[in-house]
Design a protein around this ligand. Structure first.
Ligand SMILES: [Zn+2]
Length: 84
């Protein structure tokens, strides 16, 4: 398994998402987002959730903690809806 950012698997990309978001990187410009419809949709969902979470928990949690919670929330409710 290589770490070519242009050829990440969805799992590898999604595992890295919180890190990318936490680092303030422009994820919408990530090569995987451009090539992968599934992760593009996931990112849109994440942004919606993040926005809602920000309104629900203003400044209470540091971003790292928040993303962990969002991530685990998504895993918990993942019923396979992103399967092709
Ligand atoms: Zn993907």
């Amino acid at each position: 398994m290589t770490e070519d950012p242009n050829n990440l698997s969805c799992a590898a990309f999604q595992a890295r998402l919180p890190e990318l978001i936490g680092s303030g990187e422009n994820i919408a410009a990530h090569p995987h987002i451009h090539s992968c419809e599934i992760c593009r949709a996931l990112l849109a969902d994440l942004m919606t959730i993040a926005e809602a979470a920000r309104q629900l928990f203003p400044i209470v949690e540091p971003p790292d903690r928040l993303w962990e919670q969002i991530e685990s929330a998504i895993r918990n409710e993942d019923g396979g809806s992103v399967q092709p």
